[in-house]
Design a protein. Structure first.
Length: 338
């Protein structure tokens, strides 16, 4: 598609109705691309009226099952989609459960790319996650397996793998509590981890840059938002300052999570065929991971996270996000139908 104007470039987006996918579709349309938004049965992949008015590109909504490669390809062809130039995959496991991780983060995402390639795609963009640098969880290992397979493809197609840090939404869980005068809960001393969060619109813009900016091809791309990294303690301080509430923290020993994980692992070990128990143990590990591991670039030589080495992008700051959420609530931050 090199050299073509945006209006002649067809971009297929899977996960198009999800949290990040919705913003990617909007940004692609605003840049003039021909967008093929794939959504599952019952989803609504159409952008809002405001987005349609501001968009200069064209949108084709396709209902398809990304978990079934043949079904997905049949759906695209039956709805008149005969050629794809770029595939952007924004699929992600909603739960992080064991089976769901491999079904979505790996297989459904792989299906998206395989079908796109069969329809002529010459560039692949994968929305991954920065936490795959230290893979202790099933969804991280599933993402890494797909990343490795993409990197192992021949030189055509080209690819870009985007590894964002934390999303703004993931840091907003205690806004209402603080706003109501409650305490901010942290694990350990509140300094076990830190992150440079990025907004959904800034991340969508970066993902779209990966289509036209050849300097982002054939690369793993960690990306965070503007400004410095924040520890949970600093996030709490920011919220207390914005809300004007008294500074109150509850510090929970991280060992409590270790005990819970050990207990759930032991129970799940007695019932290896019980998916619910396996998932319960995995959810505890996910909670523990995000309580203690930084969402920053990991230095492989030192084993330490490096805020300075974590690239920044965009203009949306965490402070401005917290201010808006305190005033207006979490409207627009829904996870989405995927």
């Amino acid at each position: 598609y090199g050299g073509k104007p945006a209006e002649e470039v067809s971009v297929m987006v899977t996960g198009s109705t999800g949290y990040i996918g919705r913003f990617v579709v909007k940004e692609l349309l605003n840049r003039g691309y021909k967008v093929v938004a794939v959504a599952r049965q019952g989803s609504n992949a159409n952008p809002s009226v405001e987005e349609e008015k501001s968009a200069s590109g064209s949108l084709e909504c396709v209902t398809g099952d990304v978990t079934n490669k043949e079904s997905l390809e049949k759906s695209l062809i039956s709805q008149g989609i005969g050629k794809i130039d770029v595939v952007v995959c924004c699929l992600a496991s909603r739960s992080g459960g064991v089976a769901d991780s491999w079904n979505i983060d790996y297989q459904a995402s792989r299906n998206s790319f395989d079908v796109g390639l069969e329809l002529g795609a010459s560039h692949l963009v994968l929305l991954s996650a920065i936490c795959v640098q230290k893979p202790l969880l099933h969804f991280q290992r599933a993402k890494l397996k797909l990343e490795a397979e993409i990197q192992g493809l021949p030189s055509n197609p080209t690819w870009s793998i985007v590894r964002p840090t934390a999303f703004f939404k993931s840091l907003a869980g205690q806004v209402d509590i603080v706003k109501a005068g409650g305490p901010f809960v942290v694990f350990g001393d509140g300094r076990l981890c830190s992150c440079k969060p990025i907004s959904e619109s800034d991340l969508a813009s970066f993902i779209c840059d990966c289509i036209s900016d050849e300097s982002k091809h054939q690369k793993l791309l960690p990306i965070g938002g503007p400004g410095r990294a924040y520890t949970p303690l600093e996030q709490g301080d920011l919220l207390f300052e914005i809300t004007g509430k008294s500074r109150r923290f509850v510090k929970v020993p991280i060992q409590i999570m270790d005990f819970a994980i050990g207990l759930l692992d032991s129970i799940a070990g007695f019932f290896p065929d019980n998916a619910g128990l396996q998932d319960a143990a995995e959810y505890a590990k996910i909670g523990r991971y995000y309580a203690a591991e930084s969402m920053l670039v990991l230095d492989p030589d030192t084993g330490c996270y490096d805020a300075d080495a974590t690239p920044s992008y965009g203009s949306d700051t965490l402070e401005a996000f917290f201010q808006r959420v305190v005033m207006e609530g979490m409207a627009g931050q829904e996870l989405g139908e995927q």
